[in-house]
Design a protein around this ligand. Structure first.
Ligand code: NAI
Ligand code: MG
Length: 499
C-alpha cells in the first residue's frame, strides 16, 4: 500500500532516506564504530525504508565523552538568554520544515501524514518555544535562617538551581519527533547536555532534527543522537557510569531494566511508562460528544498511545447506545497507508507490535470476549489491525488488565456511580483517565478520586507544552512538560554564608 504513494514523497525526504543515515556525535555526522547499519521499515508494506548507522556501546562512550566536554565547556558558559534563544530557534526551524517531518514520521511510524502535520510536528515546535522561555527563569530562593546553636550569627542563604549534567534519553516510536522534543526541550533549557537514543523502529525524524540542531548553532556535543537497538545502545547508555541521569519513555518492562541499570552510579531516573487508562461515560453525558470522544480516546494514533482510553466504563442505562456508537465509529474508520490522504488510521508500527496486538485479540476472544467491531488483522501486507470494540469481558481478563497498545477497547457497563472510581483504579497503571458527564460536581469529585497523572473531563488526548504529563503507580516517575519537568533536570544547591 505504501509504495503506491511513493511518487508523492516530498523530494527532500526522498533524498534524506536514500543513503544510510549517520549518527550525530560531537557535532559531526559519523558512521558507527562497528561500521554496521540497521534497517527501518515502512509499516504499511513491511519493506525496508532506510538504513541507519547502528550505535552500540563504543558509540555511546564517544557520545557521553562529547556530552561531558560540552557540559563542562561552552554550554555551561553560555548565558541563559542565549540558551533560550537557540531553543526558540530550533522550534522555528521545525516550523520551517513541517512537511519533511510529517513525511518522515508518517513513513517511519505509519501514522497518517495529515495527523503528523496537524499534531506531532506543531506540538514539537511549540514544546521547544515553551521550554525556551524557562532558560531565564530557573530561580532559587533566599532563605532566612534561625540556627539555634549560633544565636548571634547572621547568614545569607540562598539556593541555586543547577543542571544535573549529562543526560541519556531513550524514547519510543509512537510519536517519534514529539517524544524527542518532550525530552530535549527541558534538558536543554536547564543547561544539561544529551545523548538521545531514538527507537530502532523510527530513528529518521530524530536524525533530521539533529541536522536542525547543528543548523541552529548549538555548540558541538550538546546534543548527540545515537540510533540503535535497546538491548545494545540503550542498555549501554542506561548503565554508563558518566551519565548523570536517564529519562526513559517506553514499556514498563524496560523501565524496570533502566532502574536496575541505574544502580551502578545511582544516576537519576525519570520514567514515562505504560497505561491502561479508564474512560468513564455517565448517563448524563452529552452523548454525541462522549461517543466521538470515547472512540478517538482509543483509536487516535492506532491506540499506540500510553494514555489511550482503553478501558471504557459506561453507565448501564446508556451502555448499548454508547457501545453501538463507538462500534459504528470504529467500522467507519478508513484504515490504510499513512501517506494516503484518505487514511484515518495507519498500520501498527512493526511486525512485533502486530503480533502483540493480535495475541491480545486471540486471548480476549478465547476467554469469552466478543468483538462487536473489528477483532482481527487486516489484509496480508503491512501491519494493519481492525479498529476493535470488545464486550462481554470480565475484570480479570488480560485484555482488561494489560496494556494492548493497539486500536482495541474493552467496553464494560457499570451500575453504581459511587463505585466506579474504585473499579477504574483497579489497575497497576495510573497514567490518564477520562470522565464524560454534564454534572460538574460529579466530574471534579471523580477527578480527585482517580489515581491518574492526567484526568480529562469531556475531552481526551489534549496536550499542551504547559500541561504536566506523567504517571501515578507503575506508569512512571516524574512528569514531562510544564514547569514540573524542570525538576527532572535540575538539582538544588543550598549556599549558606556567614555575614
Ligand atoms: P520498549 O520499551 O522495548 O522500547 C522503548 C525504547 O526503549 C526504545 O528506544 C528501545 O530501543 C529502548 N529499549 C529497549 N530495551 C532496552 C534496554 N534493555 N535498555 C535500554 N533501552 C531499551 O518498547 P517496545 O518493545 O517498542 O514496545 C513494547 C510495549 O511497550 C508496547 O506494546 C507498549 O505496551 C509499551 N510502550 C509504551 C510506550 C509509552 O509511550 N509509554 C511507548 C512504546 C511502547
Ligand atoms: Mg521492547
Amino acid at each position: 500500500m505504501g509504495t503506491t504513494f511513493a511518487a508523492q514523497i516530498d523530494p527532500r525526504v526522498a533524498s534524506f532516506i536514500e543513503k544510510p543515515r549517520k549518527m550525530l556525535i560531537n557535532g559531526k555526522w559519523v558512521d558507527a564504530v562497528s561500521g554496521k547499519t540497521f534497517p527501518t521499515y515502512d509499516p504499511s508494506t513491511g519493506e525496508v525504508l532506510a538504513q541507519v548507522a547502528e550505535g552500540d556501546r563504543e558509540d555511546i562512550n564517544l557520545a557521553v565523552k562529547a556530552a561531558r566536554q560540552a557540559f563542562e565547556g561552552p554550554w555551561r558558559k553560555m548565558t541563559p538568554s542565549d540558551r533560550g534563544r537557540l531553543i526558540w530557534k530550533l522550534g522555528d526551524l521545525i516550523d520551517a520544515h513541517v512537511e519533511e517531518f510529517a513525511y518522515l514520521d508518517s513513513l517511519d511510524n505509519g501514522k497518517p501524514l495529515t495527523v503528523a502535520r496537524a499534531a506531532d510536528v506543531p506540538l514539537a515546535a511549540e514544546l521547544f518555544r515553551y521550554m525556551a522561555g524557562w532558560a531565564t527563569k530557573l530561580e532559587g530562593n533566599t532563605i532566612p535562617l534561625s540556627v539555634p546553636y549560633t544565636p548571634k550569627a547572621k547568614y545569607l542563604s540562598y539556593t541555586l538551581r543547577e543542571p544535573v549534567g549529562v543526560v541519556g534519553q531513550i524514547i519510543p516510536w509512537n510519536f517519534p519527533l514529539l517524544m524527542a522534543a518532550w525530552k530535549l526541550g527541558p534538558a536543554l533549557t536547564t543547561g544539561c547536555t544529551v545523548i538521545l537514543k531514538p527507537a530502532e523502529q523510527t530513528p529518521l525524524s530524530a536524525l533530521r532534527l539533529g541536522e536542525l540542531i547543528v543548523e541552529a548553532g548549538f555548540p558541538e556535543g550538546v546534543v548527540n543522537i545515537v540510533p540503535g537497538y535497546g538491548e545494545t545502545a540503550g542498555a549501554a547508555l542506561a548503565a554508563h557510569p558518566d551519565v548523570d541521569k536517564i529519562a526513559f519513555t517506553g514499556s514498563t518492562e524496560v523501565g524496570r531494566l533502566i532502574v536496575q541499570a541505574a544502580t551502578g552510579n545511582l544516576k537519576r531516573v525519570s520514567l514515562e511508562l505504560g497505561g491502561k487508562s479508564p474512560n468513564v461515560v455517565f448517563k448524563d453525558a452529552d452523548m454525541d460528544v462522549a461517543i466521538g470522544g470515547a472512540a478517538s480516546a482509543i483509536f487516535f494514533n492506532h491506540g499506540q498511545c500510553c494514555c489511550a482510553g482503553s478501558r471504557l466504563y459506561i453507565e448501564k442505562e446508556v451502555f448499548d447506545k454508547v457501545v453501538d456508537g463507538v462500534a459504528a465509529n470504529a467500522k467507519k474508520i478508513r484504515v490504510g497507508a499513512g501517506l494516503d490522504p484518505k487514511t484515518q488510521m495507519g498500520p501498527l508500527v512493526s511486525q512485533e507490535q502486530l503480533n502483540r496486538v493480535c495475541g491480545y485479540l486471540e486471548s480476549g476472544l478465547s476467554e469469552g470476549a466478543k468483538a462487536i467491531a473489528g477483532g482481527q488483522k487486516k489484509g496480508d501486507k503491512g501491519y494493519f489491525v481492525e479498529p476493535t470494540v470488545l464486550v462481554d469481558t470480565t475484570d480479570n481478563m488480560k485484555v482488561v488488565q494489560e496494556e494492548i497498545f493497539g486500536p482495541v477497547v474493552v467496553a464494560m457497563p457499570f451500575t453504581d456511580p459511587e463505585e466506579i472510581a474504585l473499579r477504574a483504579n483497579d489497575n497497576v497503571y495510573g497514567l490518564a483517565a477520562g470522565i464524560w458527564t454534564r454534572d460538574i460536581s460529579k466530574a471534579h469529585r471523580m477527578a480527585e478520586n482517580l489515581q491518574a497523572g492526567t484526568v480529562w473531563i469531556n475531552c481526551y488526548n489534549i496536550f499542551d507544552a504547559a500541561l504536566p504529563f506523567g504517571g501515578y503507580k507503575q506508569s512512571g516517575w516524574g512528569r514531562e512538560m510544564g514547569h514540573e519537568v524542570l525538576n527532572n533536570y535540575t538539582q538544588t544547591k543550598a549556599v549558606c554564608a556567614r555575614i
